[in-house]
Design a protein around this ligand. Structure first.
Ligand SMILES: [Zn+2]
Length: 357
């Protein structure tokens, strides 16, 4: 037995999972976030014409998902359903446990003050706010509240949502959105503080900073992984995907620590990243997708909103540059958010058609 054997086994497992032989690039696939809940059939027809092969619905409603899957059958589009530890989960919590407050993540006073400032008037559109992408300001936080991912009852509710999703015939998979920390680092709730203190005692040799990063990163990974494993236990062929958001600031590209089928990580954010950063991130997303597990395919995420005055304008030439950079640097599967913004802008839709139709 020599040392190269395990490496060969891991490599052949990776190639078997993706159904590829060495040297073959996987086909380019375009995945979009969002499906029009009012008219899924017309929306999917337009999506097919734009080059989308997969759409992710921000919904756990079985009736709607059933209609979306049906429309997907007519338009060659596979449908994923998304769970998120944000407002929808909080509503479910309030219905289930009307006596118990929603276990929101807890932030510091300074972080809460920053959030209040962001939420006032049009502030977030005036300052260089990154909307959950890599922050550029001190104390930048996500405006949207997130439920503490360590809370066992919240975890149960997410499992319940997965049960419902797994029961939709023909649904391709489960997507994760919003799994992260509101302050991009950690949660300060009583439970998290106590669990971290115990971890500190068990790891006396770790520096404070390193211990905090490792503990809260691993807690995030554990939560997502637990739910992805649960989804597979409900339906073996249910695929799993994610967009890593909000950012985990100490390690933005931690996504390859997750054993999911399609790991989406930001390659080109809504704000205009320099091209060399898009190239560098795309390389890591694609080439290091299987650093820890043979299953995942790396997915580059491009943010596109056609909302002048709220988000920086990306014209067709800019979108072309970003997509080309992602593809040239190894991303074969690309997520865009939002699908509707792409389809509603004819010159930008044409750029996507060029690559994906
Ligand atoms: Zn917490």
């Amino acid at each position: 037995m020599n040392d190269t054997f395990p490496a060969i086994v891991a490599l052949s497992a990776a190639l078997t999972v993706s159904g590829l032989r060495a040297g073959q690039a996987p086909p380019l696939v375009l995945v979009g976030w969002g499906i029009d809940a009012k008219a899924p059939d017309a929306f999917l027809a337009r999506a097919e014409a734009t080059g989308f092969q997969v759409l992710i619905a921000w919904s756990t409603d079985r009736e709607f998902l059933g209609r979306a899957v049906e429309a997907g059958g007519r338009h060659n589009i596979r449908v994923f359903a998304c769970i998120s530890p944000m407002g929808g989960l909080a509503n479910l919590w309030t219905r289930r446990y009307p006596e118990r407050p929603v276990p929101w993540q807890v932030m510091t006073e300074a972080e809460n003050a920053a959030r209040s400032f962001l939420m006032a008037g049009r502030n977030k559109y005036i300052i260089p706010y990154q909307f959950g992408g890599e922050p550029t300001m001190a104390n930048e936080v996500l405006e949207t509240r997130i439920v503490c991912l360590r809370n066992p009852s919240a975890r149960e509710l997410l499992r319940l949502q997965i049960d419902g999703i797994a029961a939709v015939p023909g649904l391709e998979g489960l997507a994760f959105d919003g799994f992260g920390y509101q302050n991009y680092r950690r949660c300060h709730c009583e439970d998290c503080v106590a669990a971290f203190a115990a971890y500190r005692r068990e790891h006396p040799d770790m520096a404070d900073d390193a211990a905090e990063v490792t503990f809260f990163r691993d807690a995030l990974v554990e939560c997502i992984q637990d739910l992805a494993n649960y989804a597979r236990s409900r339906r073996e062929d249910l695929r799993t995907t994610i967009h890593i958001w909000p950012v985990f600031q100490p390690e933005p590209l931690y996504g390859n620590r997750l054993d999911v089928d399609f790991c989406g990580q930001t390659a080109a954010w809504y704000t205009l990243w320099p091209q060399d950063k898009i190239a560098r991130y795309s390389q890591v997303i694609a080439a290091e997708a299987r650093r820890y597990y043979p299953r995942p395919q790396g997915v580059g995420m491009i943010g596109y909103y056609d909302r002048p005055g709220e988000f920086p304008v990306k014209d067709a030439a800019r979108v072309d540059l970003e997509l080309r950079t992602m593809i040239e640097n190894g991303c074969r599967r690309i997520q865009v958010c939002g699908a509707r913004d792409v389809m509603d802008n004819e010159s930008v839709a044409a750029v996507f058609r060029k690559y994906f139709r």
